[in-house]
Design a protein around this ligand. Structure first.
Ligand code: C5P
Length: 291
């Protein structure tokens, strides 16, 4: 038996940083949204009990491969199985982008190996394993649209968001999440009002304009301070017809909220002409098996 799965990227429609926690993390409040851009993974049992990972295109970086293997090892340990797996990872989501690619690969690994190994561990147990691998990993077990609180691992799933068309663009530089949070802490920005409740209302109306008015990312200034090219990406997005544009997560990728697929395509093409990685994506609901 082989399992083929897609591991989607996410954008943060809002990301409010509420303060520093005693454990060194930051308390956040974020509306996370899964999108159609996705990595591809293939899982097959390995007869000799080994855990093997092959980067499909050979460009899967160590951090991604580590997270996939760490997820596999954590699940094998929790499930008490010695069955191995051969995992093939085909990266499409850029790394160091704030699009959650590594976290999504880890969540896909947990879900797929739970099935492949016949463990039948329930979602709360899988969520505990996921949270130990990274703050964003639990979100990707269920995807769709969710309010994330705590360090990002405490989730309230929301009704499916309207279909929104996005252009995703990443400047050449990547940003490690810890550096962006450290820059945020160093710069001590003034506290912002919490737009997340208004975003929840806007998502219920389904209007692109309403959603655009409620976009917010408290990490954006820190990301721009570390990667000034982000400013050029955001300007280009607005010049080429986006309704609004924002950094996703800790960056360096940005997303443009667009009125149509065609407009998102025009923004992505303009960015690609500047030599940046660019893709068109749409917001997606829960995966089929969760409906
Ligand atoms: O949880 P994850 O491993 O993805 O976090 C990476 C780093 O980002 C943490 O070590 C921490 O420096 C920072 N972080 C934070 N507050 C959060 C999430 C991440 O300070 N809520």
């Amino acid at each position: 038996m082989a399992l083929r799965v897609a591991a989607p990227a996410k954008v943060n429609l809002t990301l409010g940083v509420l303060g520093r926690r005693p454990d060194g993390y930051h308390e956040v409040r974020s509306v996370m949204q899964a999108v159609s851009l996705a990595d591809r993974l293939l899982f097959e049992p390995a007869r000799d009990g080994a855990l093997l990972l092959e980067g499909g295109s050979g460009d899967a970086p160590p951090v991604e491969t580590n997270l996939v293997l760490r997820a596999a090892r954590a699940l094998a340990e929790a499930g008490g199985t010695a069955t191995g797996a051969r995992i093939r990872l085909e990266k499409r989501i850029p790394v160091g982008a704030g699009l959650g690619g590594g976290s999504s690969d880890a969540a896909a690994t947990i879900l797929a190996l739970n099935r492949l190994w016949g463990l039948e561990m329930p979602l709360p147990d899988l969520t505990r394993i996921a949270a130990q691998l990274g703050s964003d990993v639990p979100f990707f077990l269920s995807q769709g649209t969710a309010l994330a609180e705590g360090r990002g691992e405490r989730l309230t799933f929301l009704p499916a968001a309207p279909v929104l068309w996005l252009a995703l663009v990443k400047p050449s530089a990547s940003l490690p999440t810890p550096r962006v949070y450290a820059e945020y802490a160093r710069s001590r920005p003034a506290p912002q009002d919490d737009v997340t409740p208004r975003m929840l209302d806007a998502l219920a109306t389904g209007s692109v304009e309403d959603v655009a008015r409620c976009l917010r990312n408290d990490l954006q200034s820190a990301a721009i301070a570390l990667c000034p090219e982000i400013d050029n990406v955001l300007s280009l997005m607005m010049e080429s017809g986006a309704v609004a544009a924002q950094v996703s997560g800790s960056g360096s990728a940005c997303f443009a909220l667009c009125r149509s697929r065609e407009r998102a395509g025009a923004v992505a093409s303009a960015a690609a002409r500047r030599g940046w990685w660019a893709a068109v994506a749409r917001t997606t609901g829960l995966p089929m098996e969760m409906r």
